[in-house]
Design a protein around this ligand. Structure first.
Ligand code: NAD
Length: 357
């Protein structure tokens, strides 16, 4: 517990009366400072939180997708969640995706995370959350890359299919957790994005040969590990022969692969109930086959040694993305900022505090 929020919680749990906690706003700059250079620690935190969830010490209802009639390609998603263990916090990530932002020069996705006090239910912080969201996604992807490659030669050629913010965070997390690649392939529908990503890779001093591929097929065929981070709403990769070399596929954008590709692969998800929804590729595979037997298991099953991942088939990891992981990373950030004494508390945020005036 942090000084500020700890005091609030103490007051809330002592005899009476309960008091409303102070409310703090945490900017993207503060979030980035709290997380930068801590990649290994964050991967451990995300793995531990994911395992808490897998063991039932969480509440993670389905995400709610708000569609917007006059912006049919846009959406805003609510991810409510509660996590137990030492973190003990409830909350909500509210993340929007407006693809038309990109040509206008601002990022597609924007988000806030609200943290709620576990005892009073009061919200005690609002954090900029696009960085938190990218961080928890990249941390789980790095964890999956590690666990799924244990029974096979470690990939030295990686391909990024879609090269926006998430691809950049995944590369950063892989590099910070010990991965180095002889070759990095890049493919994006937008030549600007591909060139920007190439520039980022060159600056990150990755000692790798970098190739920008115009052909999706060539990118996949030349990569032992493929990261999908596009914004495709429907499958656009449907030739199973492109995967003949049995790559590890981190299918973070969830809707790129035709169901037939999944049916020819070992499928690992983060959470079965969550992932087989919202027309993800695993959801389409379920609709095609009428059952879920194509799902080999969860990443938690792999971590716990309950299942093996054969090396002689492609393996596709499809992480739906769990609100509990946003909460875990958000609470970590809150605690760091509180410890540093830099919380921006909004005085009198909660105002009508006497029931009868
Ligand atoms: N599973 C999860 O937990 C999780 C979490 C966060 C984001 N995501 C998903 O990751 C994806 C990437 O997010 P981002 O913030 O990096 O997006 P972004 O908008 O920053 O970048 C997406 C990139 O993909 C490219 N692209 C789009 N369609 C393509 C196609 N068919 N082929 C090749 N390139 C294509 C775009 O040109 C762009 O450069 C999104 O789909 C997002 O929903 C998943």
């Amino acid at each position: 517990m942090t000084a500020t929020h700890g005091a609030a919680t103490e007051a809330a749990t002592s005899s009476s009366p309960r008091s409303a906690p102070p409310f703090a706003v945490i900017s993207g700059d503060q979030v980035q400072q709290a997380l930068q250079g801590r990649e290994k620690q964050i991967v451990e935190l995300v793995e531990a939180s994911y395992r808490l969830h897998a063991n039932g010490d969480s509440v993670n209802p389905p995400s709610y997708f708000l569609s917007i009639p006059d912006h049919p390609t846009s959406r805003i998603i609510a991810l409510p969640a509660s996590i137990g263990g030492q973190m003990r916090v409830h909350g909500l990530k509210w993340i929007s995706s407006f693809p038309d932002n990109v040509p206008a020069g601002i990022p597609r996705a924007s988000a806030v995370l609200i943290l709620n006090d576990p005892d009073t239910g009061y919200p005690f912080s609002c954090l900029e959350a696009s960085i938190i969201s990218a961080t928890r996604t990249a941390a789980l992807a790095a964890s999956a890359a590690d666990w799924l490659s244990r029974g096979r030669p470690r990939p030295t050629r990686i391909g990024f299919f879609g090269t926006g913010l998430i691809a950049r965070y995944i590369h950063t997390f892989l590099a910070a957790t010990g991965w180095s690649f002889d070759e990095i392939g890049v493919h994006d529908l937008s030549s600007d994005s591909a060139a920007g990503f190439r520039g980022y890779l060159e600056q990150s001093r990755a000692d790798s040969r970098i190739t920008v591929y115009n052909s999706a097929e060539q990118l996949i065929r030349s990569s032992e590990m493929v990261v999908f981070a596009t914004i495709a709403g429907h499958p656009h990769v449907d030739d199973i022969s492109w995967f003949d070399h049995d790559p590890i596929v981190l299918h973070v954008s969830l809707r790129d692969l035709a169901p037939e590709i999944l049916l020819g692969a070992t499928n690992i998800v983060d959470d079965v109930e969550h992932c087989l929804k919202a027309n993800t590729s695993p959801h389409l595979a379920e609709q095609l086959t009428g059952d879920r037997t194509f799902v080999h298991g969860t990443l938690d099953d792999v971590m716990a040694g309950r299942i093996d991942v054969p090396a002689n088939r492609p393996v596709v990891f499809s992480p739906f993305g769990l609100g509990v992981l946003d909460l875990a990373v958000g609470k970590y950030v809150y605690d760091e900022v509180a410890l540093s004494g830099n919380l921006h508390v909004i005085d009198d945020f909660f105002h009508e505090l006497r029931r009868f005036g």
